[in-house]
Design a protein around this ligand. Structure first.
Ligand code: HDE
Length: 712
């Protein structure tokens, strides 16, 4: 623990940490316990006595171990880290952690899926939460973000409907952690405003390779306020240093069986191995006077501000460098809230954000059991807390004195309010007026242009994946009318896409008309969805993952398949080279017995060929050595090895055939198209190790997916 990073927050947490090393067992009252094996009975075959206080205490505590899981984002993984500011934003905000260059602010980040239960798979097709708690010197600031920059709905009042629709259906609690069912698509097909989000959700963004390879977005427009009181709208971004990468849908489904903790494990292991996940933190800044400059409303959370129109300015680095000591105490008990704010940052009138400002405290009250959740160690601010709030369940603070009100004279008037110049939070003054109405602004009505912008901006293979995802999901919808309505929605986005999906899900493409009940009565919403908007052919490079590939193999996991007699030198050389570039090498043997190499040395497998699958790796090496290959070709091993190779091939991964492994190359699907495939490397290639590394750095050869998966 001593070589682990330290900061103000971690030191504060340390004072709550305990370890049982070299201690004696006690009751919760500190009493030493003499027997933890048998309950107190009337005779050794007799009934248990009521008097057994230790049994009762132990069992009662156990009976109460569970708290309700989060209503959404129940499944999560978290880590500690640090946010470092590289460029001052003083011109725009007075937030201390964003103005002092070089300043390091402790953070805790929790990633999550949204729909599934706490025990569901990491690889669900779903949005990912990306919630960051900054423990700043001015109090906690929470940026409760997602890996998708827009949301399904425009008004918070629709959130319970959305969540009810996506969660397992209430009569039979099926399906778990999946949007592919009737109620979700019924709701979505009736909510044109969700179409932009649906494009993102059906893209591979919703099946990330790891948490460290996804973007984070604040979604709403927030406000920055500087020392002069000037306001800018701001959109927050986290961009992963490793690029944005995803897995294939077929692969995601396999991983859910092979390793449902795939993302949790990856995050944990990367940090334990010192390969700290890192993101650039960036902002898009829009001066107050430019609010109406766009062809969408900045307050509408179903819209992005295209990076071509307002570039993302990178100003800081987020690094996760320490795993929690205890999952429940930290990752589970952390309580985020978009309303945890610091001077220099403020909320916009986005009606989704406004509703969130109510929901998050409310949900913690039931989940964490009362109003003192801010006192749980992981939630404590590093700035000491003083106010007149008192008592309630599980109060930790011991407030001295007899004054718990304000104004007071007995307590010397303490605690004092702070002026703005002393760091007191003052809401940005904005003139707001209007009739009391339940209405949607006309400026929120264009639901398809940005859905189309996203679709247009995808590469061919990304479009194909998106289309296949829609086909997969809608094929699970049992009500034909819902499939048909959904296809009608797609028709507003891309006619060819709608046609393809319709043909596969067995419905016709029909023209849709939608009443939009929330608009003012005199609006003609059909006009607002103008033909011209639907027809545009704009693209935005930043929306395609294909454009984010970085030249690095850091953190990639390479499986070395081998058996006795493997060529020790080849294995050693390749392993050294890959690890030199910060990749992770894991040995896969026929079983868990150490492998004896051709020079007599031993290599210990991390996995056996029957206990893991190629989906757990980014690339494969079929290790050189005739004897090793011969052993892998025996009846017990061959089908497993071939399965590894064929699956990796299907998922467009890099595969390196070491010397002697020709029979595998010839017997697998690889033999069919090797000549055109830069990610298939063999002993015959020039500088095969470099070629292998280059191929891994490109992530996948998705553009060859059709060739790899069609046999002609
Ligand atoms: Fe959340 N959301 N949300 N959300 N959200 C919760 O709070 C809610 C929304 C997000 O790791 C809940 O503590 C409403 C957008 C994350 O602990 C709850 C609306 C974005 C997490 C809640 C939204 C998010 C949550 C459930 C629409 C991206 C996990 C448990 C008005 C900007 C935080 C909890 C963690 C969690 C409400 C929409 C992100 C119920 C009402 C948009 C990352 O309070």
């Amino acid at each position: 623990m001593n070589n682990k990073p330290h900061n103000k927050k971690l030191d504060q947490l340390e004072s709550h940490a305990t370890s049982s090393e070299n201690t004696r067992l006690t009751s919760n009252q500190g009493l030493r316990i003499n027997n933890n094996q048998d309950s107190l009975k009337a005779g050794n075959r007799g009934p248990t006595l009521m008097e057994d206080f230790f049994f009762r205490e132990k069992m009662t505590h156990f009976d109460h171990e569970r708290i309700p899981e989060r209503v959404v984002h129940a499944r999560g993984s978290g880590a500690h880290g640090v946010f470092k500011l590289n460029k001052s934003l003083e011109k725009y905000t007075k937030a201390g952690f964003l103005t002092e260059v070089g300043k390091e602010t402790p953070v805790f980040v929790r990633f999550s899926t949204v729909a599934g239960n706490r025990g569901s798979t990491d690889l669900a097709r779903d949005v990912r939460g990306f919630a960051v708690k900054f423990y700043t010197d001015e109090g906690n600031y929470d940026l409760v973000a997602n890996n998708i920059p827009v949301f399904f709905i425009q008004d918070a009042i629709k959130f319970p409907d959305l969540v009810h629709a996506v969660k397992p259906e209430p009569h039979n609690e099926i399906p778990q952690a999946q949007s592919a069912h009737d109620t979700f698509w019924d709701f979505i097909s009736l909510m044109p405003e969700s179409m932009h989000m649906i494009m993102w959700l059906m893209s591979d963004r919703s099946i990330p390779r790891s948490y460290s390879r996804m973007e984070g977005f604040g979604v709403h427009s927030f406000k920055f306020i500087n020392n002069e009181g000037r306001m800018h709208f701001v959109k927050f971004h986290f961009k992963p240093k490793l690029g944005v990468h995803s897995v294939a849908w077929d692969e995601a489904q396999r991983i859910s069986g092979v390793d449902p903790d795939f993302h949790k494990r990856d995050l944990w292991e990367s940090i334990e191995n010192g390969m700290f996940p890192e993101w650039d933190f960036g902002v898009q800044l829009i001066p107050e006077e430019d609010e109406d400059k766009f062809d969408f409303d900045l307050l509408d959370p179903t819209k992005i501000v295209p990076e071509e129109e307002v570039p993302v300015e990178l100003v800081g680095t987020l690094t996760l460098n320490r795993n929690p000591d205890n999952f429940f105490a930290e990752t589970e008990q952390i309580a985020f809230h978009p309303g945890h704010i610091v001077p220099g940052i403020d909320f916009s009138k986005d009606p989704l954000l406004q509703g969130r400002l109510f929901s998050y405290t409310d949900t913690q009250l039931i989940r964490l059991g009362g109003p003192n959740f801010h006192e749980i160690p992981i939630n404590r601010s590093v700035k000491t807390v003083h106010n007149n709030q008192r008592d309630g369940y599980m109060r930790q603070q011991i407030n001295k004195g007899k004054v718990s009100y304000e104004p007071n004279s007995i307590g010397g008037g303490c605690p004092f309010q702070s002026m703005m110049s002393e760091g007191g939070y003052v809401s940005h003054q904005e003139r707001v007026s209007g009739p009391k109405v339940r209405q949607r602004s006309e400026s929120f009505v264009d639901h398809y242009s940005q859905a189309k912008l996203f679709y247009n901006s995808q590469s061919d293979y990304e479009k194909m994946h998106l289309q296949n995802a829609l086909i997969f999901e809608l094929s699970k919808v049992t009500v034909p009318a819902v499939r048909e309505r959904m296809v009608g929605q797609l028709n507003f986005i891309d006619k060819a896409l709608a046609q393809k999906v319709a043909a596969e899900v067995g419905v016709e493409v029909k023209e849709l008309e939608f009443p939009n009940q929330s608009l003012p009565a005199d609006s003609n919403h059909q006009d607002l969805q103008s033909e011209e908007r639907e027809a545009h052919t704009r693209v935005s490079g930043a929306l395609s993952m294909a454009d984010t590939i970085k030249d690095t193999i850091k953190g990639r996991k390479i499986g070395f398949i081998m058996a006795n007699g493997v060529n020790a030198l080849s294995v050693h050389d390749l392993k050294t080279k890959l690890e030199g570039e910060n990749a992770v090498v894991e040995i896969i043997g026929p079983n868990m017995v150490p492998v004896t190499t051709n020079d007599g040395s031993m290599l210990t497998p991390k996995h056996s060929i029957t206990s893991i699958a190629s989906v757990a790796f980014d690339a494969l090496y079929i290790a050189a050595g005739e004897d090793s290959v011969k052993a892998l070709l025996t009846a017990g091993n061959k089908p497993h090895v071939l399965n590894f190779i064929n699956e990796a091939y299907k998922h467009c991964k890099a595969i390196y055939f070491g010397e002697g492994s020709e029979p595998f190359y010839m017997n697998s699907n690889v033999s069919l198209k090797k000549h055109i495939d830069p990610a298939i490397v063999s002993w015959e290639d020039e500088m095969p190790e470099n070629k292998f590394i280059d191929a891994i750095a490109k992530h996948r050869v998705w553009h060859l997916e059709l060739e790899r998966n069609t046999q002609d």
